[in-house]
Design a protein around this ligand. Structure first.
Ligand SMILES: Cc1cc2nc3c(=O)[nH]c(=O)nc-3n(C[C@H](O)[C@H](O)[C@H](O)COP(=O)(O)OP(=O)(O)OC[C@H]3O[C@@H](n4cnc5c(N)ncnc54)[C@H](O)[C@@H]3O)c2cc1C
Length: 241
C-alpha cells in the first residue's frame, strides 16, 4: 500500500499501533552525494529482526515506502538504514531532508529471513537501494566464516564517490539495457572463483528489470532457480513497490 488517503493512514496507525513505532533520528551521514546512512532510535524490545526484513516509513500524509535495515538492535532500540537519494519521489525527498532529532513513524520489520544458512558462497547483485540489505547479509556471512562476492550496478556518481560502503563488491555502471555491464562482469569472473560460487546462493535485489536480465544470465550459466532469491525494490516509472 504505497499510497493511501490521510484518514486511512491515520486509522491504520491507530488500529495496528502494536506494529508501529515512533522513532527519532540519532545521526545522518551522506556516504556519497546520493547515498545517506541514518541511525534511528525507538523502543521495540520484543522485535526479533531477521535479515532482509523491511520496515515501512510514512514519508508524508499519503505515502508509505519500504526500506531494509542494515543493522538492528532491539535491546538498544537502534537501527540503521542506508537510503538511495534518487530524487524522483516523495520517499527520496523525505529521507533527503531528515536531520538529527527529527521524529517519524515506521512500521516494524516484516518479511522472511532471506539468508541461506547452509550456503558457503553467497553472491549479491543489486544497486544503491541494496547497500543496506547487503551490509546486513555481509555481516552474517562474515560471522559464519562463509564467503561473499557480487556486483553493484550504480549511477556514475556513486561509482566515483562510494568508497565507503564497507562492501567488497565490484561496481559497474547502470546501462540502458539493464544489467548489461553486470553480466559482462559475471562472464569475466575468474574460472576458479566461478567453480566455487556456481554452487552457492544468489541474491538479486533492486531494479525489477535488472533482476530479470541478470537472473536469465545466471540460468544460462547453469544456476538452478532454487539457488536464486529475487526481491524487486523498485521498477522504472512505478510508484513505491
Ligand atoms: C522490500 C523493500 C525494501 C527496500 N529497501 C530499500 C533500502 O534499504 N534502501 C533504499 O534506498 N531503497 C529501498 N527500497 C526501494 C524504495 O522503497 C523505492 O526506491 C521507492 O520507490 C522509493 O520511493 P520514492 O517515493 O522515493 O519514489 P516513488 O514515488 O516510489 O517513485 C517515483 C519514481 O522514482 C523512480 N524510482 C524509485 N526508486 C528509484 C531508484 N532507486 N532510482 C531511480 N529511480 C527510482 C520510480 O521508478 C518512479 O518513476 C526498498 C523497496 C522494497 C520493496
Amino acid at each position: 500500500m504505497p499510497t493511501a488517503p490521510k484518514f486511512i493512514g491515520d486509522f491504520l496507525e491507530f488500529a495496528f499501533s502494536n506494529r508501529i513505532c515512533k522513532v527519532s533520528v540519532v545521526s545522518t551521514e551522506m556516504i556519497s552525494k546520493k547515498v545517506k546512512a541514518i541511525i534511528f532510535k525507538g523502543t521495540f524490545p520484543n522485535v526479533k529482526f531477521k535479515i532482509g526484513q523491511a520496515i515501512i516509513i510514512r514519508v508524508d500524509n499519503r505515502n508509505y515506502r519500504n526500506y531494509t535495515p542494515s543493522k538492528w538492535d532491539s535491546e538498544l532500540g537502534t537501527f540503521e538504514v542506508i537510503f538511495h537519494i534518487h530524487g524522483n519521489g516523495p520517499g527520496s525527498h523525505f529521507i533527503n531532508n531528515l536531520q538529527t532529532g527529527d521524529q517519524l513513524t515506521i512500521g516494524l520489520p516484516r518479511g522472511f529471513n532471506i539468508y541461506k544458512q547452509e550456503a558457503k558462497h553467497h553472491f549479491f547483485f543489486g544497486d544503491e537501494t541494496c547497500i543496506s540489505v547487503f551490509k546486513s547479509l555481509k555481516d552474517k556471512v562474515n560471522g559464519d566464516e562463509n564467503n561473499y562476492l557480487g556486483i553493484l550496478e550504480m549511477d556514475d556518481i556513486s561509482i566515483q564517490e562510494l568508497k565507503n560502503t564497507g562492501l567488497m563488491l565490484d561496481m559497474v555502471p547502470k546501462s540502458i539495457n539493464k544489467a548489461e555491464y553486470a553480466i559482462d562482469s559475471l562472464r569475466n569472473l575468474d574460472v576458479k572463483i566461478w567453480d566455487l560460487w556456481k554452487n552457492g546462493y544468489f541474491y538479486l535485489m533492486g531494479n525489477a528489470k535488472s533482476i530479470q536480465t541478470f537472473r536469465k544470465a545466471l540460468k544460462e550459466k547453469g544456476i538452478q532457480s532454487n539457488n536464486i532469491y529475487t526481491q524487486p525494490f523498485w521498477a522504472d516509472g512505478k510508484v513505491g513497490l
